[in-house]
Design a protein around this ligand. Structure first.
Ligand code: NDP
Length: 292
């Protein structure tokens, strides 16, 4: 293996320790306990799992959490009423609406309602708009892309002036990752399902961020020697040697890519643990903004 492994689990652990220490300091100084409200609509097993790991992280870091578990058939009006009451609740500093919402609900209207100071997921149009404009700072950066950039910085990868290629343009990963790279003065190419000849573009990438949701899609020969590769994808692949019958793999063929890249994140243990760590960092920041 020639690539240096970027250990997301280790780095996320360091972020969490730092957050926990600052939370303890706040509380010792008599300030409010940073508190996250999670809003879960319906009973999707994956969404329920994500929400419970976010609540568990709050408890582990000495932060508070409030959970709103709502029925799948909740009306738009009722959901909006709950978001408004969380906006008004001074004991809540961050609000996280677990996506996707059931299809009868208007996600955009719900996200738009979250007070910008409590938008710890960074998905409200105001936060994304600020991220997209030069000279403006979002209050919160979306957690997964924030984690990707944090890993690049920790690995000592130069972002300014680099050719960065982002595979995927979703609202939650690809698009904000591209905006963040641009704000750090990388030259950014964004690729998607209609992009022609992907390998010719990825081979030019000093930094390659992949978030498409296709198991081991990016091959070793698509990667520029010494590039930094951040694999966001989480896919399950049948594996008869595992008790569960499957194992998790990323969007990048790790075994091939590690022979070519300069830096690479593994799956699992790369970007995944960073997402919750950055959510905790954002929730602490929300408390600091609201009750300095
Ligand atoms: P989406 O399905 O919302 O977006 C996928 C993107 O990939 C789209 O922009 C799509 O293009 C593009 N795409 C799909 N197929 C191809 C292809 N063959 N070639 C080029 N581009 C393609 O996914 P998400 O962004 O939500 O998630 C991406 C992956 O990241 C998933 O595996 C998900 O599980 C994982 N993830 C991991 C997180 C973590 O914490 N580590 C957090 C969030 C997601 P188009 O726009 O044209 O449709």
């Amino acid at each position: 293996m020639s690539a240096q492994l970027i250990d997301g689990k280790l780095i996320a652990g360091q972020v969490r320790e730092e957050v926990a220490a600052n939370v303890a300091k706040r509380i010792a100084a008599g300030k409010s306990k940073p508190t996250l409200a999670t809003v879960l609509v319906g009973e999707r097993v994956d969404s329920a799992t994500y929400v419970s790991s976010k609540q568990k992280a709050c408890a582990e870091l000495g932060m508070g959490s409030v959970s709103k578990n709502l029925p799948a058939d909740i009306s738009q009006e009722e959901l909006e009423r709950i978001i408004k009451s969380l906006n008004d609740d001074k004991s809540v500093h961050g609000i996280l609406v677990q996506l996707p919402l059931p299809s009868h609900l208007n996600e955009e209207r719900v996200l738009q309602l979250i007070s910008v100071e409590k938008d710890v997921d960074g998905f409200s149009p105001l936060n994304i708009g600020r991220l997209a404009q030069r000279g403006r700072e979002p209050l919160f950066v979306p957690c997964t892309p924030y984690g990707c950039i944090y890993l690049l910085d920790k690995a000592g990868v130069q972002i300014e002036g680099a050719n960065a290629v982002v595979l995927g343009r979703s609202n939650i990963v690809g698009m904000p990752a591209a905006l963040l790279l641009m704000s750090r003065n990388a030259t950014v190419t964004v690729c998607h399902s209609r992009t022609k000849d992907l390998p010719s573009l990825t081979r030019n990438a000093d930094i390659l961020i992949v978030a498409i949701g296709k198991a081991e899609f990016v091959r070793g020969e698509w990667i520029k020697p010494s590039a930094a590769v951040i694999d966001v994808g989480i896919n399950s692949k049948p594996d008869a040697t595992k008790k569960s019958g499957y194992r998790l793999v990323g969007d990048v063929n790790f075994d091939e890519a590690k022979e070519v890249a300069g830096f690479i994140t593994p799956v699992p243990g790369g970007v995944g643990p960073m997402t919750i760590a950055m959510l905790m960092k954002n929730t602490l920041r929300a408390a600091e903004i609201q009750n300095p």
